[in-house]
Design a protein around this ligand. Structure first.
Ligand code: GLU
Length: 554
């Protein structure tokens, strides 16, 4: 029996050939230099921070070269699949503005190169596997799990490289007639690739980030079709990336060691291999100060949902991931703080080679900048959306006093150097809750008011009473502040810290102490946003009410 006949015996229903596939998936008509990239997640659960990073890089490369970025769902490992995870993944990516040009979109698909879900492509893979068998580059393997266990123990005892290769590849040596007998007798089998490599020799590979590398050749007869009729990752990616026209594969560095297998598969079928970029794994410094991979089990921040639940602005996360992606991004960001990051030119050569380090304080800093420069309507909408999903207290606050919320968010916002009060949306409620009358009353009932112990209670009361009775915020900020200084001066407070320091004995304190007293009355703490704005937003009658309550308490 020749190879052709064996292929026919194994796949009698497969009538199409590579030529048919070539016609079905013609080359893409794209301008010179355009790259076709993809994100190819497996639906095994939540979107991992590393996955977001990978998809961001793929999207950036596809878009910036005027090419195509598509999404393919890699669900051939049906044992590991979690129902609904693919759809959730798409939604999470969309949260980050990562919307593929084509591919799998949850309930639908878009594009001419589909299906974009691997489990729906079984017939396509079979056409190619049949061709591999015809060419003598694949064969059925009847080894049982027991056979493979025995193989492993023998190899361990002999201290040789484990796996199914060379002399150890028992089924490789069956003649086609012998294989056909076993198939006809109903023996279950998988299909293996017939490798021609030699692991004592090297293959020179090129990685877009790492440059040229010498890796050991592949000699493993890897499984290309499992007993459930679906291919393994190695084979599926060969077929899909070829027929979907991928030019550039961006994937995790855990795949680098499989590159010789993949290149051998491309060579065996005679297709041009795409370019590969193996992205660094995202690391963190753990509690003991050592560097390790961000772990799905141990680290909350390994799941992208963590950032959404904490209310990180999406642009902050994207900008942060770009600082990991390219060493020159931060400098670009400093020079173009308000520019769309799409204007940054990403390059593989500027990607760091050792694991990218995840730095939460840096992410918070970037996010703080992002929030500070958003306009108030955007802040209002995003905070409302965030609160409706994740922050009941903030939600109640906004619904009760939407205008006031807007005014609070607008304090010192529209200016060249806006205030930077909030890193993330989950910071907001704690910082603004004192504006709410009822919450304020509860806070005051419990508070230990932090008045300056060096200023007498009587003086504090006198100043507060006079402040309250003369309060006028219908004037501009500098006029108001001048009157505050006047009030302070009347009671022995220097009008600036500098003046106070020059002659401490002549004063009871300085204007900052007066402002602090008022702050404490309004917020129960020493911190508040700009005092003038706070007074205006609270309104004079509420300010007086608060001052009266505090005076009674001290
Ligand atoms: N499904 C593979 C993974 O999730 C994709 C690797 C690739 O992008 O080729 O790791």
């Amino acid at each position: 029996m020749n190879n052709e006949e064996l292929a026919e015996l194994i796949f009698p229903d497969v009538k199409e050939t590579l030529e048919d596939l070539d016609r079905r998936y013609p080359p893409r008509n794209l301008p010179e230099g355009a790259k076709v990239t993809r994100f190819a997640p497996s639906p095994t659960g939540f979107l991992h921070t590393g996955g977001l990073f990978t998809s961001l890089v793929a999207r950036t490369v596809g878009k910036q070269t005027g090419g195509v970025f598509y999404l393919r769902l890699e669900d051939t490992d049906q044992k590991r699949e979690i129902a609904g995870a693919g759809k959730e993944l798409i939604e999470q990516l969309q949260n980050f503005g990562i919307v593929p040009d084509e591919g799998y979109f949850g309930d639908t698909e878009k594009g001419d190169y589909g299906p974009y879900v691997q489990s729906k492509r079984a017939d396509i893979y079979k056409i190619v596997i049949k061709e591999f068998i015809k060419r003598g580059r694949a064969y059925p393997c009847f080894c049982t799990p027991e056979d493979l266990n025995l193989l492993r123990t023998t190899q361990e005892a002999n201290k040789v490289i484990p796996g199914y290769y060379g002399l150890y590849a028992k089924c490789r040596n069956y003649s086609n007639d012998e294989a056909a007998e076993l198939i006809k007798a109903g023996k279950p089998y998988v299909i293996r690739f017939k490798s021609m490599g030699d692991h004592t020799k090297y293959i020179r590979v090129h990685d877009l980030i790492r440059g040229d590398l010498n890796l050991s050749q592949n000699d493993q007869d890897i499984v290309i079709m499992k007993s459930d009729g679906l291919p393994t990752y190695h084979f599926a990616h060969l077929v899909d990336d070829h027929y979907m026209g991928t030019t550039t594969i961006t994937r995790g560095e855990e795949w680098l060691s499989s590159l010789p297998i993949h290149l051998e598969l491309f060579e065996a079928i005679g297709w041009k291999a795409p370019e590969y970029a193996h992205l660094p794994v995202i690391m963190k410094i753990d509690e003991n100060g050592s560097r390790r991979k961000l772990s799905k089990r141990k680290d909350a921040e390994a799941a992208v949902s963590y950032f959404i639940e904490k209310g990180y602005p999406v642009e902050g996360i994207i900008k942060y991931l770009l600082t990991i992606a390219n060493s020159n991004f931060e400098e670009w960001l400093r020079e173009h703080p308000l520019d769309d990051v799409k204007n940054f030119t990403f390059s593989f050569s500027k990607m760091s080679l050792d694991g990218a380090l995840f730095d939460l304080p840096k992410l918070r800093n970037i996010s703080k900048e992002v929030l500070a420069y958003k306009n108030v309507d955007t802040i209002y909408n995003e905070a409302s959306l965030y609160a409706s999903k994740y922050d009941e207290n903030l939600k109640k606050f906004i619904l009760k006093q939407p205008e006031m919320f807007k005014n609070i968010m607008n304090i010192e916002r529209n200016q060249e150097h806006p205030r930077k009060d909030y890193d993330v949306y989950s910071d907001v409620f704690e910082k603004i809750k004192f504006f709410d009358k009822e919450i304020y009353d509860e806070m005051l009932a419990k508070a230990e008011l932090p008045f300056n112990p060096y200023i007498s209670k009587d003086l504090i009361k006198t100043v507060l009473k006079e402040f309250s009775s003369t309060l006028n915020v219908e004037v501009d900020e500098s006029t108001w502040f001048a009157s505050l200084k006047e009030l302070g001066a009347k009671h022995g407070f220097a009008s600036s810290v500098k003046e106070y320091k020059k002659d401490k004995d002549s004063y009871v304190g300085h204007i900052g102490d007066v402002a602090e007293m008022i702050r404490i009355c309004l917020t129960t703490s020493k911190n508040s946003p700009n005092l003038y704005s706070t007074l205006k937003i609270l309104t004079p009658s509420e300010v007086r009410r608060r001052i009266d309550s505090v005076i009674q308490k001290i």
